[in-house]
Design a protein around this ligand. Structure first.
Ligand SMILES: [Cu+2]
Length: 195
């Protein structure tokens, strides 16, 4: 069963859990590691961020040197995003947000994460549903460089998830694993620009 169907039908059936970590579970030198010596610590899972309708989200997309550094074009469904920052090396949560472009950030639905670098994006989660976010190098999607995030319903019918069509095909089981890039997200306060 798909995460979308499990979520919509409130099945609580173990298809997914809402405990996606808001920081990388294992901190290391993401872009400087010797891939031959490092345990990649990958795991299969369907942990997802679940956020309220209207939440302001920031995702920091961090490339790693596992196998190789590479430029990953990350595509987000259901929302346009604003690209507030990018750089080479490892994202520094203390230093880098001060350099964000909060004046005229580019609006996109796909953004490059530079080879051996990071990109920070922001969005307003105002489209209820279960939204796919993945590398658009299709081979990487099949390898697991993909995740979803859930945006909960708003308070009016016009901002609630629609029911699936009666003839919706049944989804096959699929267990993704993120291994080449780290996704993490932060709720932020847009008025004070604070995390
Ligand atoms: Cu990729």
């Amino acid at each position: 069963m798909s995460i979308l169907e499990s979520y919509y039908r409130k099945l609580n059936s173990g298809v997914y859990s809402s405990d996606f970590p808001d920081k990388p579970p294992t901190a290391f030198n993401y872009t400087g590691v010797n891939p031959l010596n490092e345990n990649m610590n990958t795991e299969f899972g369907t942990k997802v961020p679940v956020v309220p309708y209207g939440a302001r989200l920031e995702f920091v997309l961090q490339d790693t040197a596992f196998i190789n550094v590479e430029n990953h074009p990350i595509h987000i469904h259901g929302h346009n995003i604003f690209v507030v920052g990018t750089g080479f090396g490892n994202f520094d949560a203390k230093r880098d947000p001060a350099k964000y472009n909060l004046i005229d950030p580019p609006e996109r639905n796909t953004v490059a994460v530079p080879s051996g670098g990071w990109t920070a994006i922001r969005l307003k989660a105002d489209n209820p549903g279960v939204w796919f976010m993945h590398c658009h190098l299709e081979a990487h999607t099949t390898w697991g460089l993909a995740m979803v995030f859930v945006v909960k319903d708003g308070s009016k019918p016009s901002v609630c998830l629609l029911p699936p069509p009666d003839d919706l095909p049944v989804c096959a089981d699929f267990s993704p694993a993120c291994s080449f890039i780290l996704f993490y997200f932060i709720l932020y306060d847009p008025i004070n620009n604070k995390h």
